[in-house]
Design a protein around this ligand. Sequence first.
Ligand code: FAD
Length: 324
Amino acid sequence: MSDVYDIAIVGGGPGGIASAIEGVGLGIKNVIVFEKGESHFTTIRQFYKDGKRVDKDYKGQQVELSGNISFFDGTKESTLDLFGELIESNHINIRFKNEIESIQKVDGIFLIRTAAGEEYRSRFVVIAIGKMGQPNKPSYLIPSSIRKKIQYNANNIESHEKLLVVGGGNSAVEYANFLAQSNDTTLNYRRNEFSRVNEINLKQLQDSIESQKLKARLGVDIEGLEDDEGKVKVNFTDKSSETFDRVVYAIGGAAPIDFLGKCNLELDEAGVPISHNYESSIENLFIAGDILLKSGGSIAAALNHGYEIVLEIKKRLDSLGVES
Ligand SMILES: Cc1cc2nc3c(=O)[nH]c(=O)nc-3n(C[C@H](O)[C@H](O)[C@H](O)COP(=O)(O)OP(=O)(O)OC[C@H]3O[C@@H](n4cnc5c(N)ncnc54)[C@H](O)[C@@H]3O)c2cc1C
């Protein structure tokens, strides 16, 4: 059984990394993390703009940290550095560029298969894959000729480009506030009020709109997109249209149903894995982070999930007599 890990963790984001660090801290020896990106925290690298403020109590959710990782307010960069250092100092065994395709339980042991066809075995599994691997996309068709002008993060935008940011959550508002400093930017949200946005972002949004740095098209939805000589013509439901160089959608992410299905997990009607105390419908397979929730989630919440999960796993390993 020497090639059987104690815990295999799928996803090197906050939920997965916390599970690994806290697990190693509890003395669990054979822990392995699989991360499909080239480094840790792929979601944060891809979807947070450079220099972004990172709030511990995100969206005003007051989370008391239960584990041993001291995480605090910072920036995208300081957060990536903090966890990079923790991964190194705790000697966490991470396999980067290893996407997990399926997990099966055979005779009480999990068989974990990578997209490259490799197989690993483990007694316990933590799935912490987040939801941003699959950002939500609009329901209307995006003409293929303008697909390159549509994106789901605020990266690689040139300062001369006229932009439309679509969405009404913190991500959309943060992107719009940030991009409005350098670009002709409009924020579109189908509702009139931003009820899901934290106070700091809301204040910055009001300031940007009042100072006319940012334009807003509120209370109106998008009906469809057209190619306007290589630019994006946006047709709104109030029958108005406007052409932009680029459209940035920040409308959340969806649970990767296919992957969860391949792992044979029971899901609720919203596609969220059914769980009890973080344990899925399959015994010894736990779920951490955003994937556990219908919406919302935060770094601090994911860190707590990881800690609670490995405490339970440690108890079970001890009762199995597994030396750690
Ligand atoms: C724009 C934006 C701004 C935000 N700002 C804040 C903030 O200021 N403060 C805050 O607390 N929260 C913030 N959040 C929310 C926070 O980022 C999430 O709640 C947190 O990242 C969730 O952690 P997670 O581990 O569940 O998932 P993720 O961070 O999404 O990590 C999942 C990891 O799993 C990997 N993965 C996915 N599928 C596989 C697979 N099959 N095999 C291997 N690896 C896989 C991914 O590459 C990724 O690295 C923000 C979110 C967004 C999108």
